[in-house]
Design a protein around this ligand. Structure first.
Ligand code: C2E
Ligand code: CA
Ligand code: CA
Length: 542
């Protein structure tokens, strides 16, 4: 009989006593679940069979914000430390629940062996807190207004046509390396910061709308608002034996000049803050007119897109690729188009990110796939080698049953799977690698006969790892390389190397954005397999 190790013994005792009240699960050293108890299954709505092998990232909402929390937890345990904190998780059916989580790494001969997660369900407490906050209109940790009160107050002021600045401030500080210490001091710092805001802005209403996000409604001029940064600098915070210098990033949106509703004031001021954060932080600024226009357009797209989908106002154009081995143009890339009567043409580069954020990408993807499959099923009757390439967003594959949905649509239109190529970006590939369910779905579709292409190659990680870990058989070299192919000898060499390397891995290589004869001839010389671009044909409705 196998000898029971001390860790195993420790576990079995621990489990017995915890099982009743605590959600328990374990993962292997890569973050894939190997064990769960009944309590966990109940709250997370997973079945015992399906949850095994899922990654911890899949236990969180797929939003960037929540995935980052999962990253942080994983980085902490990988570094050999415990993670403790309150986190929001997502059940299998997409319901949010809140837990107090303790994640403990278990090492064996200095190698991470597994990670034990203990969680206490806090959902009811959180719901209660939120209810209280709604009623009391107050943020309990700082005594500032809650975001509900802020919304009410802003709307009142707008109705009364009082002029004011909506100032959004993000507290950013990076002082501790030590996670445990950070959590402990965090609240104290936030409270002291709230105190600084109150002392500086005196009679202006101040709200805390997120952990590190604050909003002030103030009649003061920009110069005054900006001098808050000097005030902070002169008033450092002392906690225990640390002197903490706080820095902020902030954005100002004015009523009525800039924006006229609460939602848009918040959107604009937040965008201004994020622009500051992207450029290194430490400033409070208004948006430029140009940026405001962008916000207006963004909000309008969000408003009009659901209608456009409902009224079937989106359409698809196709751009052929020339296969240099056969001389055939038998692969067409499908590209989405939207011409709105108010917004004019909305380019996919604008449309796709917005619809990913709002979740409408699923409807768009569904529309696109149906349209394309219908078209391909017809064309393939007379042209057996015909294929359509579709751009896919990682968000679509986050749905566990995405591959099943695609299969059902293929069946519905009697379209063979090998008529469809799916193009994914390197960012997609990077995330797919981490989420077993995505890789699995890709493999299922590949087994049916679909092919996968790695799009925009060279703009992201330019990693050849994906080409081995994911079922990819085509690589599309990004148009930025093609643009300087003839003029920059370095690029020529690079592209030549890329093509050779891809060929050694048995991959089919396509160049995109080929606009000139010179580029075309050069690519031919470099033995590329396929070309796409205005030189061959424009995308057009078929
Ligand atoms: P992409 O996949 O790299 O698509 C190629 C883009 O390059 C298309 O822009 C196409 O019109 C453009 N193009 C084609 N030939 C040339 C050329 O010779 N020179 C230049 N400069 N450009 C050329 P488009 O249609 O605006 O699409 C932009 C991006 O939006 C696409 O880039 C793709 O990532 C995304 N996209 C488009 N349709 C969809 C869709 O239905 N779903 C998803 N998820 N993404 C889509
Ligand atoms: Ca593409
Ligand atoms: Ca591309």
């Amino acid at each position: 009989m196998k000898e029971t190790t001390r860790t195993e013994l420790y576990f079995s005792c621990l489990m017995d006593s915890l099982d009743e009240h605590v959600m328990v699960f374990k993962t292997d050293s890569e973050g894939f679940i190997t064990y769960t108890n009944q309590n966990f299954l109940q709250v997370s709505e997973w079945t015992p069979k399906r949850v095994l092998g899922k990654s911890i990232w899949q236990m969180f909402d797929p939003s960037k914000e929540d995935q980052k929390i999962a990253d942080l937890i994983w980085e902490t345990v990988q570094a050999g430390r415990n993670y403790f904190g309150q986190v929001k998780k997502m059940s299998r059916k997409g319901k949010s629940y809140y837990v107090n989580m303790l994640a403990t790494p278990i090492f064996e001969s200095e190698q991470l062996k597994e990670v034990l997660f203990l969680q206490l369900d806090m959902t009811e407490d959180m719901a209660l807190q939120e209810k209280l906050e709604r009623i009391a209109f107050i943020d309990f940790e700082t005594g500032l207004m809650s975001r509900y009160k802020l919304e009410m107050l802003t709307t009142e002021r707008i109705k009364e046509n009082l002029h004011f600045s909506f100032v959004h401030i993000n507290l950013d500080y990076y002082i501790f390396d030590d996670q445990d210490n950070k959590a402990k001091l965090d609240l104290k710092i936030i409270q002291q910061f709230a105190n600084r805001l109150q002392r500086f802005f005196q009679d202006s209403p101040i709200a805390r709308i997120n952990k590190y996000e604050f909003v002030i409604l103030t009649p003061h001029a920009d110069w005054f608002i900006q001098s808050f940064m000097n005030f902070l600098e002169q008033q450092p915070i002392h906690i225990e034996h640390y002197q903490i210098k706080l820095t902020v990033s902030g954005g100002i949106a004015k009523f009525p000049e800039d924006q006229q509703t609460y939602e848009r004031l918040l959107l604009a001021a937040r965008e201004a803050t994020q622009a500051i954060m992207r450029s290194g932080g430490g400033d409070i600024l208004s948006l430029t007119t140009e940026q405001h226009k962008k916000i207006d357009r963004y909000a309008l797209i969000n408003e009009r897109l659901p209608l456009a989908i409902q009224n079937e106002e989106l359409s698809v154009v196709y751009q052929p690729q020339l296969n240099l081995h056969t001389g055939e143009k038998n692969v067409y890339e499908a590209l989405i188009r939207w011409n709105d009567e108010v917004l004019g043409e909305v380019k996919p580069d604008e449309l796709i990110p917005i619809s990913e954020e709002s979740g409408l990408i699923h409807e768009i993807g569904d529309f696109l796939f149906r349209t394309v499959v219908k078209f391909a099923a017809e064309r393939i009757k007379s042209e057996p080698t015909f294929q359509v390439a579709i751009n896919s967003s990682i968000r679509e594959f986050m749905k566990d049953n995405h591959s099943v949905t695609l299969q059902a649509i293929l069946n519905e239109y009697d379209c063979p799977a090998n008529a469809i190529q799916i193009e994914i970006t390197e960012k997609f590939a990077f995330q797919a690698e981490e989420q077993q369910s995505i890789t699995r779905q890709m493999q299922q579709l590949q087994q049916l006969g679909m092919t996968f292409a790695l799009d925009d190659f060279g703009t992201g990680y330019a990693s050849f790892r994906f080409l081995q870990s994911l079922p990819i058989s085509i690589v599309k070299i990004d148009k930025t390389y093609i643009q300087s192919l003839v003029t920059h000898p370095q690029t020529t060499k690079l592209v030549e190397g890329l093509i050779r390397l891809c060929h050694s891995l048995d991959l089919y290589v396509v160049a995109e954005g080929v606009e000139q004869e010179g580029q075309f001839e050069m690519l031919k010389k470099l033995q590329i397999d396929g070309v796409q671009g205005y030189y061959i044909a424009q995308p057009e409705a078929l």
